[in-house]
Design a protein around this ligand. Structure first.
Ligand SMILES: Cc1cc2nc3c(=O)[nH]c(=O)nc-3n(C[C@H](O)[C@H](O)[C@H](O)COP(=O)(O)OP(=O)(O)OC[C@H]3O[C@@H](n4cnc5c(N)ncnc54)[C@H](O)[C@@H]3O)c2cc1C
Length: 386
């Protein structure tokens, strides 16, 4: 029987970064994925680090991530294209401006380095913004990176240390015995380990359910696209008009936008990722924000699936029974959070404790959640969160 110290389910950025850290600490680690490395949400992300200013629960973990991002290229030995050039939220309608003022008040509870800025300042940070710009909220902190390269960098760094990623190997069942996790079952048979960390994104809930464990995540699909490369226009990450936007080092305008479509996940099914007509709506909003991009060419569009928790904050939960089993959901902002989230998951898997600020992020906070919460909130397949 094959035996490892740690099995990581899922070769997305959270699983790969956790595996790399555990391998660096000397553990024998196996990563299993139902498909190819970082083929799901992680390579489809836009690449922004959210400082999670609206969530005092997870803002401390985001701040730790920010510090780790700054030295990640050096630590991994591969480029991530991380650039810390600030983040700007922009209002172009009076309703959006009112919302930004509320957001500012909320963020102030967590950080003091966010400022409300006028339209002229917004346009000095992001010159092509529409003359309709009314104002913004700005921080010099935060940044963005290349999701594909970063996920690949974690995978290569892990493999450089002798770590193994087994692609096209779905985990069909998590095995437990005598109150402890024992390993996993794949189509090729059982693999055993003292610890199993589930970083399976939207698939975590159906994977954990047969053990009698409820993991409240709802899968959601949403769209993204890039334009062909343009001359350098702006460096800050931008949140505007329901869009999250950055300009890549090559010059492409890379963005995502809602509304998001709720979908359904099985243990290891491949959920469809069509490009929906929403892309047209996103493109229309981009032109409203940047009128000068009216004739920019769309190079490529795609959609991806991510996992959303009831309070849209990260979950890191080490189960008491079976012990040795840890599950994670990064709630839709796992790309930015992966550097610190992975420290927590690796520490918990190998040592049962961590200095990372994740104590408030367990499932215990959902004690009163009704069993049919997805139906009650209309977060079920076929609905949109507009
Ligand atoms: C369009 C889009 C834009 C986004 N933009 C941002 C952003 O700007 N900033 C940000 O922080 N986040 C962003 N996100 C969210 C971010 O991509 C995710 O939070 C993050 O990638 C989650 O990483 P993960 O490793 O947990 O999940 P995933 O990357 O989804 O990886 C999970 C892996 O588990 C595997 N798996 C599932 N079930 C099984 C099983 N039974 N057996 C074996 N393997 C299994 C899957 O095949 C997959 O490879 C965006 C997401 C999308 C879709």
């Amino acid at each position: 029987m094959e035996t490892f110290d740690l099995i990581v389910v899922g070769a997305g950025i959270v699983g790969l970064s956790t595996a790399w850290r555990a391998r660096k600490a000397g553990a024998r680690v196996l990563v299993l994925d139902k498909g190819a490395t970082a083929y799901e949400a992680s390579s489809r992300a836009t690449g922004l680090l959210s400082l999670c200013g609206a969530s005092p629960l997870e803002a401390p973990l985001a701040q730790e991530a920010e510090k780790l991002w700054d030295r990640l290229d050096e630590d991994l030995g591969y480029p991530t294209e991380w650039s810390q050039k600030g983040r700007l939220w922009v209002a172009i309608t009076p309703a959006e401006l009112d919302e930004l003022k509320v957001t500012f008040q909320t963020f102030q509870r967590t950080y003091d380095d966010f400022e409300l800025v006028d339209a002229q300042t917004c346009r000095s940070i992001v010159p092509p913004l529409t003359p309709d710009t009314l104002g913004g909220l700005y921080t010099r902190r935060s940044g963005n990176a290349n999701p594909q390269r970063t996920s690949q960098a974690f995978a290569w760094a892990f493999q450089d240390l002798g770590g193994e990623i087994r692609e096209h190997t779905p985990v069909l069942e998590i095995l437990a015995e005598g109150g402890k996790v024992k390993g996993v079952r794949t189509p090729q048979g059982e693999v055993h380990a003292a610890s199993v960390v589930v970083c399976a994104g939207a698939h975590a809930a159906p994977l954990l359910a047969p053990l009698g464990l409820e993991f409240p995540v709802a899968p959601v699909r949403f769209d993204a696209f890039v334009t062909t490369p343009l001359p350098p226009l702006f460096e800050a990450a931008l949140v505007v008009h329901g869009l999250a936007v950055r300009q890549t080092l090559r010059g492409n305008i890379h963005l995502n936008g809602g509304p998001h479509e709720w979908v359904e996940a099985g243990v290891a099914n491949d959920m469809p990722k069509p490009v929906t007509p929403l892309v047209r709506n996103i493109a229309k909003r981009l032109i409203e924000v940047f009128p000068s991009l009216r004739s920019a060419q769309m190079l490529r569009s795609w959609s991806g699936i991510l996992d959303v928790t009831p309070d849209q904050a990260t979950v890191v939960h080490p189960f008491d029974t079976p012990s040795g089993l840890i599950a994670c959901s990064s709630a839709g902002h796992g790309f930015g959070m992966a550097p610190s989230l992975s420290v927590a998951l690796s520490d918990l898997a190998l040592h049962g404790k961590t200095d990372m600020p994740v104590a408030a992020l367990t499932l215990d906070r959902f004690g009163k959640l009704p069993k049919d919460w997805r139906r009650a909130w209309n977060w079920q397949a076929g609905n949109y969160n507009t």
